[in-house]
Design a protein around this ligand. Structure first.
Ligand SMILES: C[S@@+](CC[C@H](N)C(=O)[O-])C[C@H]1O[C@@H](n2cnc3c(N)ncnc32)[C@H](O)[C@@H]1O
Length: 312
């Protein structure tokens, strides 16, 4: 197995927004290789404490190794960030972070089935205890549902043509590997046609988001992790996809509003005044600078937004 190597994005920006001096309690809902966690502990040491989770066993193992130098200052558990309230007390944290999406090792290890560049099983599960795999979707969903998935979660403009090609290719024998699927998609789209990205990029992205219920997990996770912050605590979220970023923006907008809309329908005359529960640290998302963009291609689509919890 290759060593776990993941370059953390917007590292300094996350640390500066969460750590405001020595000490403090921190949460990392996507501990991955432990890059952000280690930087938070280094900046808040020696009395800072971090509780972290990930749904990937390999990531947890790597994070435990990375954090060994901060012995006694952290606790890691396997699981969803949305489940953190099961083992973290409400109002415990001064700062929390979630760095969404996949880690480089998940993409780089062929056997995980995330990559269209190397052959592996059509898997894409971050948590390998989970039942649903990419193969179940590719071989089990009808053409219409596949087309909608590729369009909605991947932004694939030729979603119908691609879905029909998959339907034809799987007749007789199921599609089983990443390169089989990449080939079917590539041929349906007429090859790369001068584009910079591989023709299967959008289809693979849509499948990965669906297999791991990434948007549902984020919706639940924002609520859960927010409940664990103290008043004055901060939540720093890095997104890599416009749909994730939209969820984070809508979450913050609802909390910063000075009114509630009964029944969730916003009729100005029926609004009920309330105190805002949050403020944005900055109105605009923080993005990577030139140096980071040159050194780390993953940073290209990263956007950081930070919300501060206000006293009610
Ligand atoms: C981009 S990596 C995190 C990298 C980490 N910040 C670092 O610096 O090393 C994203 C990680 O989040 C995990 N993950 C994604 N969604 C999750 C969820 N809903 N609950 C827990 N972990 C999740 C993935 O398994 C992956 O290891």
């Amino acid at each position: 197995m290759k060593p776990f190597s993941h370059r953390s994005v917007l590292l300094q920006e996350v640390v500066e927004s969460l750590v405001r001096g020595p000490g403090g309690n921190f949460l990392d809902g996507t501990v991955g290789g432990g890059g952000h966690a280690a930087a938070i502990l280094a900046a808040s040491g020696p009395s800072g404490f971090l509780k972290g989770c990930d749904r990937d066993d390999r990531a947890l193992e790597a994070a435990a190794g990375r954090l060994a130098e901060f012995e006694g200052c952290w606790e890691l558990r396997k699981g969803e960030f949305a489940s953190m309230p099961e083992w973290v007390e409400a109002g415990w944290a001064d700062g929390a972070t979630m760095d969404l999406g996949v880690s480089s090792p998940q993409l780089d290890e062929a056997e995980r089935g995330f990559s269209f560049m190397q052959d592996g099983p059509l898997d894409m599960r971050m948590d390998q205890r989970q039942g649903l795999t990419a193969a179940d979707i590719v071989n089990g969903w009808d053409t219409e549902s596949l087309a909608n998935l590729f369009f909605e979660l991947g932004g694939e403009r030729e979603s119908r043509r691609v879905a029909r090609a998959i339907e034809a290719a799987r007749t007789g024998a199921a599609l089983q590997t990443t390169l089989q699927l990449a080939d079917v998609v590539g041929r349906a789209k007429g090859g790369r046609g001068g584009a910079k990205t591989h023709p299967a990029t959008q289809v693979f992205q849509a499948l990965r988001i669906e297999v791991n219920d990434e948007l549902g997990g984020l919706r639940r996770g924002l609520e859960s992790v927010w409940s664990l912050l103290k008043p004055g605590g901060r939540l720093a979220v890095i997104t890599f996809h416009s749909l994730e970023d939209r969820l984070m923006k809508e979450f913050g907008r609802r909390l910063e509003r000075e009114y509630e809309s009964p029944g969730g329908v916003d009729v100005p005359e029926l609004r009920i005044p309330k105190k805002p529960e949050a403020r944005w640290l900055s109105r605009k998302a923080v993005v990577s600078g030139q140096i980071e963009l040159q050194e780390n291609p993953r940073a290209r689509s990263a956007q950081l937004r930070v919300l501060e919890k206000l006293n009610k």
